[in-house]
Design a protein around this ligand. Structure first.
Ligand code: FHN
Length: 465
């Protein structure tokens, strides 16, 4: 064990320096050698093109579902152990009640796929320490500790592969159950402290579980969280990043493996100096994207990540679709959460919204998938994304939220000549006028899709060229 730590230490010292040097040049270290910008682009390509993922927060917390000893517990459902200050021995008893008899991975993946989702990120172990996968590192897992008695992640991973969706998984560094960590205060587990002399033990525990997850489910992304306790450092994150990328060089890892998150904003211009491949704003969409920084915002559909029986504050379909558009227009990915019930059902209000999102994505997904950020500073009528077509032309996708009073879209910042404009859904051609040196697109009297009507605009040459 000690020898391994020395080797890791040396490895880190080398890669740590390499990583910093490389990240200054916007690359990341890749196991045994630096990663070139081309290699990084190739590794990130599917993720950048995907633009839309589904988050799944599932675990023992779905049993109390926001209530404890008959009382409603405030805040997000998956924090009930902390918010109700439930003793570990009491909370552990939930495992004996966990029996998701209605869990149907094929149904969950079909719901996601029909919504236009390209990747799923499911919790493998949240802060409460309960593992949704079979693990030799602890008995506190769904196989050993519940009447259900089967791994929950492997069948979902297999279904994702069958249906052409990328499987990814979430892992919390902070662990309210592991004996090497202790509660932060009398009233709260968060943020945990590491017990003296037991950090290496816990890091080894994590590395064992993460290797089990890679071997068992082969996730394409490892989505870390719970990195904020002060006993976890950026250097720890970098060591873990190098360890994981050596195990799976194509793996993508978020910036919460280290200390680069910057609160709920999730990313900053320094993002490339920290471990991890993408920034992680949470419950917010940055005002603008950050050139050269990959990022993904994660958001709930109501107000909680884990299921709460009394949280009915569901976002409208219009809000959810416009969030996808807004995020893509700034060069980011949108990770939309569902919190399944203890029985294994995705709540009906979530299913209804995902179905409606899927309808919009089926007609307009071309304007989201594989697009880059808007070239315009201001688009008062909505949002814009863009794509380079195989013939080298640039296609702009103008997502009209509010039809301008004069019925025209002006493109003052566009020096390129518009060669065609049409409604993406259905192909109806639109008139393009040039007036006072500005190109203007004449819109139909009523916009076919109140949520967002997409006007496709093909321009000659490269933008600004
Ligand atoms: O504390 C967690 C929370 O429960 C949830 O998992 C979110 C989702 O990104 N992450 C943390 C809060 O930032």
């Amino acid at each position: 064990m000690k020898a391994r730590r020395i080797v890791t230490g040396v490895l880190l010292a080398v890669f740590g320096l390499t990583f910093t040097a490389l990240s200054a040049g916007a690359e990341c270290s890749n196991g045994d050698q630096g990663e070139s910008p081309l290699d990084r682009d190739a590794r990130m390509q599917w993720w950048r093109e995907a633009r839309f993922g589904m988050f799944i927060h599932w675990g023992l917390y779905a049993i109390p579902a926001g209530r404890w000893q008959g009382k409603p517990i405030p805040n997000i459902g998956e924090w009930i152990m902390d918010q109700a200050n439930i003793p570990v021995a009491e909370y552990e008893k939930l495992a004996a009640q966990f029996n998701p008899v209605h869990y149907n991975p094929a149904e969950w993946v079909a719901i996601a796929k029909n919504a236009g989702v390209k990747y799923i990120v499911i919790t493998s172990k949240h802060h409460d320490g309960f593992c949704l996968f079979g693990t030799k590192a602890t008995k506190y897992n769904v196989v050993d500790a519940t009447p259900y008695g089967k791994d929950l992640l492997k069948p979902l991973a297999e279904e994702c592969r069958k249906q052409g969706i990328r499987f990814c998984t979430y892992y919390s560094i902070m662990d309210w159950h592991h004996p090497a960590q202790e509660r932060g205060s009398d009233k709260h587990y968060n943020p945990t402290k590491i017990k003296p002399g037991r950090k290496a033990e816990y890091v080894d525990f994590m590395k064992q579980q993460l290797k089990e997850l890679l071997d068992g489910c082969n996730p394409d992304v490892l989505w870390f969280d719970g990195e904020w306790p002060d006993w976890w450092t950026e250097a720890d994150g970098r060591d873990l990043y190098v360890y994981l990328r050596k195990l799976k060089p194509s793996l993508i890892i978020n910036n919460r493996i280290g200390k680069g998150r910057k609160g709920m904003e999730g990313l900053s211009k320094d993002d490339r100096q920290y471990s991890g491949d993408f920034g992680t704003p949470e419950q917010q969409i940055p005002a603008t994207g950050l050139p050269g920084v990959d990022w993904e915002t994660c958001m709930t559909m109501n107000d909680t990540w884990g299921f709460k029986s009394d949280d009915h504050n569901w976002k409208s379909v219009e809000t959810l679709v416009r969030n996808i558009i807004d995020t893509a227009s700034k060069g980011g990915n949108y990770l939309l959460n569902v919190g399944p019930t203890a029985e294994g059902k995705i709540p009906e209000p979530s299913v209804e919204r995902l179905r409606a999102i899927g309808k919009w994505m089926a007609a307009n997904g071309e304007s989201i998938y594989g697009t880059q950020a808007s070239p315009f500073k201001a688009t008062p009528w909505g949002r814009c994304t863009r794509k380079t077509l195989p013939d080298g032309k640039t296609r702009l996708y103008l997502h009209v939220f509010e039809r301008p009073q004069n019925g025209e879209l002006s493109l003052p910042e566009l020096p390129n000549r518009v060669v065609a404009a049409f409604l993406l859904d259905g192909g109806t051609k639109l008139e393009v006028k040039s007036q006072d040196g500005q190109q203007r697109i004449v819109l139909p009297a009523t916009m076919p899709d109140k949520t967002a009507t997409v006007v496709a605009v093909d321009v000659a040459g490269t933008l600004g060229g």
